[in-house]
Write a protein that binds this ligand. Structure first.
Ligand code: ZN
Length: 138
């Protein structure tokens, strides 16, 4: 069986992290799937999905680490294509990736106690995000 739903998310700019765990768990419950996988995908090239311990320190550490690795202040060739000031945003999003797959066991996401599913806004302005959640299994 396959169950698919969209989550809508309003984000602030660059570095805005959301915990999606409860919303996705609700979709798993609605699907009635007991054993399978949940696939979570950010539609768009400047947002990322992943897993992290969702606590205040790491909520700052993750965006700050990305800014150190790929500084917004550097020149990126993407500017020559679009002049939209978000070359680093695309690279942050690509580095983390747009999706995550989590096992579903006994009707629940199989996550560690300190492991939550996040969405990270990487773009330089607020966005309306669509996140597609697909539950496969039986
Ligand atoms: Zn761009």
């Amino acid at each position: 069986m396959v169950h698919q739903e969209q989550l809508d998310l309003s984000t602030r700019a660059d570095g805005d992290l959301h915990d999606l765990t409860q919303d996705i768990q609700s979709i798993v419950q609605k699907s009635n799937i007991q054993t399978g996988i949940a696939h979570i995908f950010n539609i768009g090239s400047t947002g990322a999905i992943g897993a992290i311990e969702f606590e205040p320190g790491l909520r700052q550490d993750l965006p700050e680490t990305l800014r150190k690795l790929i500084p917004p202040s550097l020149e990126y060739k993407h500017e020559q294509t679009w002049h939209d000031g978000n070359g680093h945003s695309h690279l942050h999003a690509t580095l983390l990736g747009p999706s995550l797959t989590v096992p579903v066991t006994q009707g629940k996401l199989e996550l560690g106690t300190w492991q939550q599913i996040f969405h990270l806004e990487c773009d330089v302005r607020p966005r309306q995000r669509r996140i597609l959640v697909t539950i496969y299994g039986e």
